[in-house]
Design a protein around this ligand. Structure first.
Ligand code: DOR
Ligand code: ZN
Length: 404
C-alpha cells in the first residue's frame, strides 16, 4: 500500500491517505492541500474519427496532469454519438485506449440529439449522463434548429428522466448575422457575429422548454452577463436549471485575438472584458454551478487557417485547476468555490456517488506553463505564470505524480 501522510484537506483537517495499491511506499505530504479530484463535465476527446487531434491516451494524461479523474465526453465525433450502437462502439474504443494508456480514467458520455434519431432517446437512459443539444452549429454537424424537434427532445428527456445539456446559441440568428458580415472576414468578427443576443436568445428558449416540460437543464459554457441574468431568474423561479462556465470565458476575453489569432476562436466566442466580472459574481452568487474545460483540441495547422475555415475550440483540461488555484492566490475565488465548481456541484447535478479520488495541490508553488500532454501540442495558457499546482492526482487508489 501507499500511505500519504500529513495532508491538509481544504477544510483544514490533517489526514493520512492509505491507498490499496501493491506498493510499499510512504509519501510525506506536509505542505500539500487535498481537494476532491476534478470532475470535468465537458470535454471533446475526439474518439472516434478525429484522433489526430486528441485521443483517450493523450486526453487521459492531460486530465491526470490537471488533477482530473472524471470526464464527460461530448457526442460531436465522427460519426456523432446519436444511436445506441454508436454509443456502444464509442465506449469499446475508449476502453481500449484507456487500457493502452494504463489510466482507468472515469468517464461518462453525452448522447447527441439528432432529428433523425430522436426515437433512440428511449433506449439510452442508463448509458448516458445526458442529452446534448447543439442549438447552434459548431464543430461537426449536430444541430437542432427547429422548434418541433427541440420540443420533442425536451419532452422525451423529461419522460425518460434525462438531463438536457444545451450548447445555447441560436442557429437562425447566427446565419442572419453571418450574412451581414461577409465583407469583414477576420478572427475577431467571430465574437461580433455570434454575439450575446445569439446566446441569450437560445438560453431563453431552453429555459422556456424546461418550464414547459420540467426537464432538468444544464446550460453549457455560459459566457455573458445576459445569460447569467436569465439563469438567475430561472433559478429564483425554482426551475431545475444548472449552469457551467469555462476557464477561457472566465480568464480570457476578446483581447486574446491580438495574441493568439485563430487559436482564440471558440464557440461561444470570447466576450468583451466586462463579462468576466459578471461570471465571477455569478460564481459567488451560486448562479454558475460548475466549470467545464470544454477541452476542444484542434491542430496548430487547423487553427492557422483563415477565418471561416479555422475550426472553433481550444484545449483546456490540463490547466483549468491551476488557473482556478491561481485565481485563489489573487483572492478572486476561494477554495470552497473551487471545490464546488470542479467537483461537488457536478456530483450533485449528475447524481454521482462519492469517490475517493483526490488531487493534492501545492498552493504556494509558482510555475510557468511550458508544455502540454494534449496531442494538439498547444495551449492558450502556454507562457502564463501561475501560483497553485497539482502535485499528486489519486485515481482509484493509484497515485500519479504530476508536478513535472
Ligand atoms: O469551440 C467549440 N469547439 N465549441 C463547440 O461547441 C465544439 C467544440 C469542438 O468540438 O471543437
Ligand atoms: Zn464543447
Amino acid at each position: 500500500m501507499t500511505i500519504i501522510k500529513d495532508i491538509k484537506t481544504y477544510q483544514g483537517n490533517t489526514i493520512d491517505l492509505v491507498l490499496a495499491d501493491n506498493k510499499d511506499h510512504i509519501i510525506q505530504a506536509d505542505g500539500l492541500t487535498a481537494l476532491p479530484a476534478v470532475i470535468d463535465p465537458h470535454v471533446h476527446f475526439r474518439t472516434p474519427g478525429m484522433e489526430y487531434k486528441e485521443d483517450w491516451r493523450t486526453g487521459a494524461k492531460a486530465a491526470i496532469r490537471g488533477g482530473c479523474t472524471t470526464v464527460f465526453d461530448m457526442p460531436n465525433t465522427k460519426p456523432p454519438t446519436i444511436t445506441q450502437s454508436l454509443l456502444d462502439e464509442k465506449k469499446a474504443l475508449i476502453d481500449r485506449q484507456l487500457k493502452e494508456a494504463g489510466i482507468p480514467l472515469r468517464y461518462k458520455l453525452f448522447f447527441g440529439a439528432d432529428k433523425g434519431h430522436l426515437d433512440e432517446i428511449a433506449n439510452i437512459e442508463k448509458d448516458c449522463v445526458g442529452i446534448k443539444v447543439f442549438m447552434g452549429c459548431s464543430t461537426g454537424n449536430l444541430v437542432i434548429d427547429d422548434d418541433e424537434s427541440l420540443h420533442a427532445v425536451f419532452s422525451l428527456a423529461a419522460k425518460h428522466h434525462m438531463l438536457v445539456a444545451v450548447h445555447a446559441e441560436d442557429e437562425h440568428l447566427i446565419r442572419e448575422r453571418k450574412a451581414n458580415y461577409q465583407g469583414e472576414w477576420n478572427y475577431p468578427v467571430h465574437s461580433v457575429i455570434r454575439n450575446i443576443d445569439v446566446a441569450a436568445k437560445a438560453v431563453e428558449k431552453a429555459i422556456a422548454l424546461t418550464k414547459r416540460y420540467g426537464t432538468r437543464l444544464y446550460i453549457l459554457h455560459v459566457s455573458s452577463a445576459e445569460e447569467v441574468a436569465l439563469i438567475k431568474t430561472a433559478k429564483q423561479a425554482g426551475l431545475p436549471v444548472f449552469a457551467e462556465t469555462t476557464p477561457h470565458h472566465l480568464f480570457f476575453d476578446t483581447t486574446l485575438y491580438d495574441v493568439l489569432a485563430g487559436k482564440a476562436v471558440v464557440n461561444p466566442p470570447l466576450r468583451d472584458p466586462r463579462h468576466r466580472e459578471h461570471l465571477f459574481a455569478a460564481i459567488h452568487e451560486k448562479v454558475i454551478d460548475t466549470i467545464g474545460s470544454d477541452h476542444a483540441p484542434h491542430t496548430p495547422d487547423e487553427k492557422a487557417l483563415p477565418y471561416g475555415e479555422c475550426p472553433s475550440g481550444m484545449p483546456g483540461i490540463e490547466f483549468m485547476l491551476p488557473m482556478l488555484l491561481n485565481a485563489c492566490s489573487r483572492d478572486l475565488l476561494n477554495l470552497d468555490e473551487v471545490v464546488a465548481l470542479t467537483s461537488a456541484n457536478a456530483r450533485h447535478i449528475f447524481h454521482m456517488p462519492p469517490s475517493d479520488d483526490w488531487v493534492l495541490v501545492n498552493l504556494g508553488e509558482t510555475r510557468t506553463v511550458e508544455r502540454t500532454e494534449s496531442k494538439c501540442g498547444w495551449s492558450p495558457y502556454m507562457g502564463l505564470t501561475l501560483k497553485g499546482w497539482p502535485v499528486y492526482t489519486i485515481l482509484k487508489d493509484t497515485c500519479y505524480k504530476v508536478n513535472n
